[in-house]
Structure formats: structure tokens, C-alpha cells
Design a protein around this ligand. Sequence first.
Ligand code: SAM
Length: 264
Amino acid sequence: MNEEISSIISGVGIIPKKSKGQNFLTDEYVAQRHVDYADIVPKDRVLEIGPGLGILTNILIKKSENVTCIELDEALADYISRIYGKNITLIRGDAVKIDFPPFDKFVSNLPYSVSTPIIFKLLEHKFKRAVIMVQKEFAERMVADVGLPSYSRLTVGIYYKADCRILETIPASKFNPKPKVDSALVEIVPRPSPFKVLDEDMFFKIVETSFNHRRKKIGTSLKLAGIIPKGVNLPILNNRIETLSPEEIGQLSDDIFELVKSCP
Ligand code: SAM
């Protein structure tokens, strides 16, 4: 299959670009498992970002008659349109910028460079299940425990909105061109947040600002960003964000929200 993919790549006339995350999956068994994890029923509306040469698309169209693909690369979009045009709705362009159509299942081998914005965008939508391929280290950041170096803004952002788990690791040898690192299949299932916050904007602002300066004390980065006034002092602000669970960050956000509200 690897050779077949190489010959399709040269037939399509593209030189795979790292900037577009063009590492094509070559193993049909992995592709089948990827789609099976999504548990697609015929009435599901399916969204795939980056169909590439269509290894997942080819399976998706057998599961649902309502498949939409968004592809950035002109030559690949032409190829996909030629082979699968009758079975899918193809949107040409950048999935970070284009509005997603309504969907129930999200299945994608995500381009690495836009994995973060696409996952945050995905979480803004109502859907049933997403199964995505990402770099293994990125997958570890999605599900990390508090205190680990991989515990991040991404971990907290996902935990607030969904259950997330790594399904399996996929070796780099299953892609063409072969990337430097292994990948992982990850499942995201939306659920109500396990904790409530008084102001979500405040919560996400604190998460983003503090993780951008994860080595600084929370108070220092929030004061520098103008989120809390200089004179304010709460004991928890002496901590680093990476030591606080999402629930503790939620409590911190509520405390700051009340405090800022009461400031003249
Ligand atoms: N689905 C194919 C597979 O599994 O082999 C290709 C996956 S490849 C990792 C990523 C695909 O996303 C490529 O087809 C690439 O051209 C496309 N892509 C990259 N950036 C994109 C973006 N911002 N919006 C939509 N598609 C993008």
C-alpha cells in the first residue's frame, strides 16, 4: 500500500508539504479501525478535515451518505473531487477559517500545524463523537494529568467540554512520507462540564494567559496581562498553573471574577 500511495502522490502531481501536514496514512487496517471507532450510523452527518488521498473518505462514504470534506490543497481537492465528488460534499479551503457545517461525527487525520486551532474550533460545536489522528506527544497533551509537563491549555480546554482518551498508538512507519514521530488515535466525546464557572470568558482567559507563562506564578502573569489589579493578593496566585487541577482553576476563576467585580 505504501508503494501504491507513492504512485498516487506522483500521479496527483504533488510534493507532500510539511507545512500542510501532508503525511498520508498507508495502512488500510488502521484506516478501517479509525472509522470503526467513530461508530457511524447511516443517518450520521460526518465531517472530515483534510481527506488527502481519500483513505478515510473511501470508508466513510460506505457508512454514511452525508459526508463533508474540507481540503486546503488545490491538487488534492481536485483529486478527491474526481474520485469521490459524487459521494461527498467537498469544501475547498482552510478548515481553520471556514465555518463547519452541522455534523454528528468528526473523523480526521489532522494536519499537525493546525491541530490546536481545529480542536478548539471543534469543541465549539455540538456533535456526538470525534476520532482524530494526531502526533503522539500532542495526544498526550490532550489527556495529561495535572503536574505533568504535557498538562496544558489544551488538556484543560478539552476536559472542560469533553471526555477524551487515547485509543491506540500508530507507528510513524504507517505514513508516507514517514514523519519523525509516532501518532495516536484519540477519541473526543462531548459532555457537560464536570464543574461550573461564573464566567467562561474569564476562565479561558486565565487558562490561556497562565499556561503561556507556565513557569511564572499565576499572579505575576495575570497582573502582567491586566486580568487582575496589581495590588490583589490571594494565596493561590503564588502557585504555578501546572500544579492546579481544572476544578481548582475554575475556583480561581470564580474568585478572581468576584474580586474584579467588587473593585471600584
Ligand atoms: N486523510 C488523509 C490520510 O489520512 O492519509 C490525509 C491526512 S494528512 C495528515 C492532512 C491533510 O489535511 C492533507 O490532505 C492536507 O492537504 C490537508 N490540510 C492541511 N491543512 C489544512 C487546512 N488548514 N484545512 C483543510 N485541510 C488541510
